[in-house]
Design a protein around this ligand. Structure first.
Ligand code: BDP
Length: 714
């Protein structure tokens, strides 16, 4: 009896084991709170009608059933026809549904959008959820479930939504041995050894989570690709995954190693102009489509960081991309060709190289090629200005690549809400066609009228029980999906929605935790790379500070290459008197950023080498401001800790203590960053760290000597 009561209590409080371990993500479907609201849902969900039986509609139906049962505590009867008020009818548009919603209303839905409407017919009130496709239905069902999770009423609905970006994909940097490059949440989810025979049910949950935020594709393999994935024994495994994901509207993509024709095809060359090579790729594409009829296409990293590519044969990126695009085109596949290229042998600023290589190729790519560009010109730093290629290639669809995994932002240990980072880039103005030409408009294709558009996020997911390592890492996965669906969405709103769905606490919690999440991104910038500093992390593994890194095989992998500290000052002069990377931006930006007086200070040292005594907006000298910022970052982590501690009563104990422990590590590491960087930069500035700040715990030598073994992610 006692045990029974405990169980009931746990159910009521939504504290089942699942709620604590984080496995259910934002889909934990807790029981609705409050009798009045429960009654409202019960009155407006008296019966369910699913007129059609397609594969995706069946997934939607299953999800809705599970969700309603769990949230309302009762199984809602299913009928073939509307028999009473409060019915919910869900189906792809058909004659049945046309009685309530005319076909013309669905024009705006496209092939992924949906409509949800409260209507009255024959004296009965009902809700109709419809779309042009099963995928639209699935997204609509998740939207309706989310409304109920958020405690919103559902009796006067008039919702119409569709994604603004076409290809919304996760990029898994997962290797075939299950290690994950730059992954900090365990090993790869893909259990290649046991596939295709054993299909882990977790793949379904992965697909559900993605579908719930509108992600419609997944690239299974690392950009540093292994050609073996394109061989039959692996394609068979890929097909098994694709089968699971298809039911949730998720297409599978693979990374294509450019030298595959040699490595697995036995050819002597991979020259994209060679007839045999071209034929090999065509046959390979046909073969893949035999295994995966709806295969999405290839993601390619070529001639970058040692990966093979068309330049090995004197050809350019367009030649390489077009060869693959041609092979995929008959079946509707696409090529996502990465612009993350730079060459140590090119004697110019690395920040300029992608633009220099790609801009002249504008207009030369086939219609089914997207150029996938990282958000900034260097490499996923805590803060970068937007990549100058956005807005610079109007004839080519440009795809965004964000990094959800926190390679440079404290791994899965630091609480950093990336919605704020993503949004900052998307909202940036490229001025490509005058004021208001935001990166979001480039990405969604609206600026230059492209049908094809895309956004990729390098996944932060592994086989950790809670998927992402840090419980708040889930918010970054969630925010990526939401912003890929709608790049104009608000980072705050998304954070708040995630908090409500995940923790189901009160208003005060939502408000305080949203503020905390928004602050977390500024905090990491301050304690790692304030004022436009970048790429000063530990060598190779990228763990912790390493501003002293120099004398490595490649100059552009060292830190001194980027911060250029000397006795006069610090920062990379990218103006006309320096590398002139600034020249790659629109005149409006050149003008504003070219001047120390008008550049936003967050980008100051990205574009200027600034004198240590230069006065900044605060009235402090550059050196003082650097000391101030590094200390501010540490204080902000303390602030985050305090906010979290105040919510103790509202979070389940397991999550509370996990986040608390991680925040304690984060604080320690924030201090480590601050002390190591300030002591190192002080050797150039030769100025004291102002009295009011905490003294570094050790001397510089101590920090420089730190060595780490078996750091995850490499
Ligand atoms: C860098 C990572 C490296 C990736 C590379 C890429 O350190 O592991 O392979 O980007 O994006 O950030 O290709």
């Amino acid at each position: 009896m006692k045990r029974f009561h405990l169980l009931v209590l746990m159910l009521i409080l939504g504290l089942g084991a699942r709620a604590k371990d984080g496995y259910d993500l934002w889909l934990n479907y807790r029981p609705v709170k409050g009798a009045e609201l429960s009654l409202h849902y019960k009155n407006n969900l008296t019966e369910l009608i699913f007129p059609d039986k397609g594969e995706l509609v069946s997934s939607a139906r299953e999800e809705l059933r599970t969700a309603l049962k769990s949230m309302l505590g009762v199984a809602i009867p299913e009928q073939t026809k509307v028999s009473r008020s409060g019915a919910l009818m869900v189906g792809v548009h058909s004659a049945d549904i046309a009685r309530f919603i005319p076909a013309t209303d669905l024009k705006s839905c496209g092939d992924e959008g949906f409509l949800i409407r409260s209507v009255t017919s024959g004296g009965k009130k009902l809700t109709v959820l419809t779309a042009n496709t099963g995928r639209g239905i699935l997204y609509g069902v998740f939207a309706l479930i989310q409304r109920i999770q958020l405690g919103e009423r559902i009796d006067q609905l008039s919702i119409s939504d569709r994604p603004k970006v076409k290809v919304r994909v996760l990029n898994h940097w997962d290797n075939l041995d299950r290690t994950v490059e730059r992954g900090y949440a365990g090993f790869s989810l893909w259990d290649w050894q046991r596939l295709p025979g054993y299909v882990d049910p977790r793949y379904i949950d992965y697909a559900r989570a993605n579908a719930s935020i509108g992600i419609n594709g997944t690239v299974l393999t690392n950009v540093n690709a292994n050609a073996l994935i394109l061989t039959p024994s692996y394609l068979e495994k890929v097909a098994a995954l694709a089968k699971v994901f298809r039911r949730y509207g998720i297409k599978v993509y693979l990374t294509a190693r450019f030298s595959a024709p040699i490595e697995i095809g036995g050819l002597k060359t991979a020259d994209p102009m060679d007839k045999e090579v071209r034929q090999w790729w065509k046959e390979k594409a046909d073969e893949i489509y035999r295994y995966v009829p709806d295969f999405g296409g290839f993601l390619v990293k070529a001639n970058s960081e040692g990966q093979p590519g068309p330049q090995n044969y004197g050809r350019n990126h367009a030649d390489g991309a077009n060869m693959l695009a041609e092979a995929l085109e008959p079946r509707g596949g696409i090529v996502m060709w990465r612009a993350f290229v730079y060459d140590n042998k090119v004697p110019t600023d690395r920040a300029k190289q992608a633009y220099t290589e790609f801009k002249p190729l504008d207009g030369q790519f086939r219609k089914n090629v997207l150029i996938q560009v990282k958000n900034g010109p260097i490499d996923f730093q805590p803060r970068e200005p937007f990549h100058p290629l956005f807005g610079a290639m109007p004839q080519t669809p440009m795809m965004m690549e964000f990094q959800i995994t926190q390679e440079y932002l404290g791994f899965a240990t630091h609480l950093v809400y990336l919605g704020a980072l993503f949004k900052e880039t998307l909202a940036a103005d490229t001025y490509a066609k005058g004021k208001g030409s935001t990166v979001a408009k480039v990405i969604d294709g609206s600026l230059d009228n492209h049908q094809l558009s895309g956004m990729a996020g390098v996944a932060n997911i592994g086989n950790d029980l809670n998927w992402t390592g840090h419980p708040f890492g889930q918010a970054n996965w969630y925010a990526f999906g939401r912003l890929a669906w709608n790049p104009y969405g608000s980072a705050e709103q998304i954070a708040e929605d995630w908090l409500k769905l995940t923790f189901a606490a009160d208003k005060d919690f939502n408000k305080k935790m949203t503020d905390m999440m928004m602050l977390s991104r500024e905090a990491v910038v301050n304690y790692m790379t304030p004022l436009g500093l970048h790429h000063i992390m530990g060598w190779d593994h990228h763990y912790g500070p390493g501003p002293w890194i120099s004398n490595k095989p490649r100059a552009d992998w060292t830190s001194v290459y980027y911060h250029k500290a000397d006795s006069a000052g610090i920062g990379f002069n990218r103006t006309a008197t320096g590398s002139n990377a600034l020249e790659q931006y629109a005149p409006e930006i050149r003008k504003q950023y070219g001047d120390i007086g008008s550049i936003p200070e967050k980008y100051l040292l990205w574009f200027h080498h600034v004198n240590w005594d230069q006065r900044l907006q605060s009235g402090r000298s550059l050196w003082e401001e650097l000391c101030f910022r590094y200390n501010l970052g540490v204080d902000q982590v303390k602030e985050i800790q305090q906010s979290w501690n105040l919510q103790k009563a509202k979070v389940d104990p397991r999550t509370f203590s996990e986040v608390s422990s991680l925040l304690a590590i984060q604080l320690k590491e924030a201090k480590w960053w601050r002390d190591a960087c300030l002591l190192y930069f002080q050797t150039f500035s030769r100025r004291p760290i102002p009295q009011q700040y905490e003294k570094p715990a050790h001397d510089l030598e101590f920090y420089e000597k730190q060595q780490f073994h078996f750091v995850p992610g490499i």
